[in-house]
Design a binder for this molecule. Sequence first.
Ligand code: NAD
Length: 496
Amino acid sequence: TMAAPVTLTSLSGKKITVPTGLFINNEFVPSSDSQETINCVNPATEEPLCSIVAGSAKDIDLAVQAARNAFKTTWGKNVTGFERSRLMNKLADLMERDAQELAELECLNNGKPVRIARDFDIGDSVQCLRYYAGWADKIVGQAIDIDQKTKIAITKHEPIGVCGQIIPWNYPIMMWAWKVAPALACGCTIVMKPSEFTPLTALKLSELIVEAGFPPGVVNTVPSFGSVGGAALSSHLDVDKVAFTGSTVTGRRIMESAAKSNLKKVSLELGGKSPNLVFESADLDQAASWAALGILYNTGQDCTAGSRVYVQDTVYDKFIEILVEKAKATVVGNGFDEKTGAGPIVSKVQYEKIWTYIDYGKSEGAKCVLGGEKRSGKGYYVDPTIFTDVTPSMKIVKDEIFGPVLSVGKFSTEEEAIKLANDTPYGLGAGLHSNDANQCMRVSNALEAGTVWVNQYNLLYNNVPFGGKKQSGIGRELGSYALEEYTSVKAIQWNY
Ligand code: NAD
């Protein structure tokens, strides 16, 4: 049948069996009404990996019904925080057990290095599940004594209900964990729609949902195209909340569908064009390391990529020299190779988009000091590319490229640096490098971003909130803040 599992062989020789059906009510099933498939490709070789079932709008509806039923019977208000915590910890243990296999599958489908997938994407996801498992039995309300005599109000933090979760292809496992963990901790049920480019690890994780012992319908996974399944989830009348990570264009559409259907709650983690400021007092070697990591981590396919670096004029030339050396040291290659620091670009579309921008950079008159040359041979590889002497109106400075392409510009005063940094509709991340503590505090205050990194870049922790200002999003993930996104407060007022 169309939902039969397939066995893939990774470069290490490992055989990995992947379910290919839709995961609804703890079973892998074919589509209820469509023969459409999603064809997965290995971006390192451009070869097909396998075809899986693509869910339709009707399948999304069946998954929502399963999630609603679970919410009413086995989850939601029918399960204690202790039990949710126990199941989540079990799931974390299983992910840890299968980390190597999951990492190899992530590498096959997404391209990212196995080592990084295992130690960071999966390592952090396991910790994320444990972190929110810790919260599951600690979600408490307040007792508000109105007059100490006959009137009191209590607040309850109730699970919001059925949550649609739409995730991108850049961190398939980690985005899964960031979405699933707080939702489960709060008692919500889930319909997950992974990206059509990278659905395989979400299907593999669905097997672990069953093994961990979650009741049927608590977590459902429907791989589907965005315009089909994503659209169906965001306009569904019985979905209480949709959580999304991806592009600003799609985020806007999701919010529109939510508004036009049932005003479901929306949280959005969108794009960025994050600035990294290097002041003359900074440790230039260290700042260059962070700036290189900021644009090259995950081959630049990162919503917080530090894609605009602005350097004080007095240290500009020296900094660029160091930066180019650091960037050169990052090996872009096949993710199964231990030396690889950054894998190929996830898909042909993204690969072509990046080259369009590199061409813009050249034609707009920026100076290309590293990369910018296509490789021959197979695989969607883009080598680290650095443009200097950029101006604010250039496309490479304004648009999110989502690749290893860095724009470097110059400033002379702190005021000018802040103005350049904030000159964008986005507001996700920002970095600054300086040895002057007062300057660090002043500039941190002035930067319009959800996260500011001082003398470092791109570090994320499960207990620190993450999200965007301006057009980079609505709501916060991680930390205790994410619990607010999955609960709704009820005030019960008593007359006694
Ligand atoms: P996208 O926003 O279209 O895709 C993200 C998710 O949204 C996928 O699961 C997709 O299926 C779904 N989706 C697509 N259309 C939808 C719709 N109409 N309704 C509901 N869901 C829908 O991103 P993309 O096209 O894969 O990538 C394009 C650009 O987005 C990238 O080049 C990059 O700039 C940006 N991006 C940002 C992030 C991030 O983490 N912030 C992640 C991926 C992509």
